[in-house]
Design a protein around this ligand. Sequence first.
Ligand SMILES: Cc1cc2nc3c(=O)[nH]c(=O)nc-3n(C[C@H](O)[C@H](O)[C@H](O)COP(=O)(O)OP(=O)(O)OC[C@H]3O[C@@H](n4cnc5c(N)ncnc54)[C@H](O)[C@@H]3O)c2cc1C
Length: 305
Amino acid sequence: MTTEQINKIKELALSFGFECSENVPLSRYTTFGIGGACPLMIEAGSEQGTAELVREMTSEKLPFYIIGKGSNLLVEDGDISMIFLHMGKAMSDISEENGVITCQAGAALSAVSAFARDKGLTGLEFAYGIPGNIGGAVFMNAGAYGGEMKDVIVSVTACDLMGNIREFPAGELDFGYRHSRFSAGGYVILSARLRLTAGDKEKISERMAELTRMRKEKQPLEYRSAGSTFKRPQGAFAAQLIEECGLKGYSCGDAQVSEKHSGFVINKGTASFEDVMNVIEHVKKTVSLQKGISLECEPEIIRRG
Ligand SMILES: Cc1cc2nc3c(=O)[nH]c(=O)nc-3n(C[C@H](O)[C@H](O)[C@H](O)COP(=O)(O)OP(=O)(O)OC[C@H]3O[C@@H](n4cnc5c(N)ncnc54)[C@H](O)[C@@H]3O)c2cc1C
């Protein structure tokens, strides 16, 4: 990737009115607070402009990555030679018509859930405490407390790498456990339509408050992390297996298996990518040896190119 190519993309982004920043530490864009710098961070500001940028980066063969809240990412330290397209506040419109909420990919799940509550619509309470954006939540079919994105999605609008925009009905989204048709890459999610049902505002608020209390009680929210570090293995719970293997509190530098919830690897302060990976690898190896179960990492891992 040459400076000339990066500048060309920057000029195009600026021509759409998108904000651009150079040499941006990704630690600022991830909930783990870990990650080296990328040469260019673009704030996506419109669906059409995003699609055009994607087409241009593809035809220039420039490596790029879509980032939302960075709450399911673990990024290597050092120079990350990719352009980052941030789907955040500049693309976070939310609207409603006849019980169907349309939200752009950069809308925070908490904001969409609160919007639904204010409209007296039920079905999205489960997502209130998940610290991601709509794009990231659709990408991996985020879920909690018995609910998943797949339960509420009517359709998703996304563009492919050539910038072609298309609306995908729910039936074509191949949703599974922490999986969607977008998980393999090749698409940028631009917006989603969610169908909710009429409910009682007070009950919706109570459920959201209850789930928030449960999260605070069980999860180490006082530390930085990417949430559950391991996917739920079939027929078992990662946290329980880790605890039974005596790994609660196991640490490497400032990375630690949380003492509060063994399914979370936390950053106690200045953990490096390597510290976190060392903890993850040790946990995987130990659980595999003692329990015969292979744990799979849940966060997406971004390595230097
Ligand atoms: C404290 C804590 C608690 C959590 N609890 C839960 C939970 O209960 N349930 C749960 O499911 N998850 C949970 N998570 C994980 C995380 O919040 C979810 O996976 C969330 O959906 C990720 O969204 P994001 O915007 O942060 O995505 P990011 O982390 O920014 O990105 C994740 C992946 O999605 C892709 N992506 C993001 N946006 C787009 C887009 N617009 N188009 C195409 N690809 C895109 C990225 O390229 C990346 O591969 C938790 C995380 C934390 C830190």
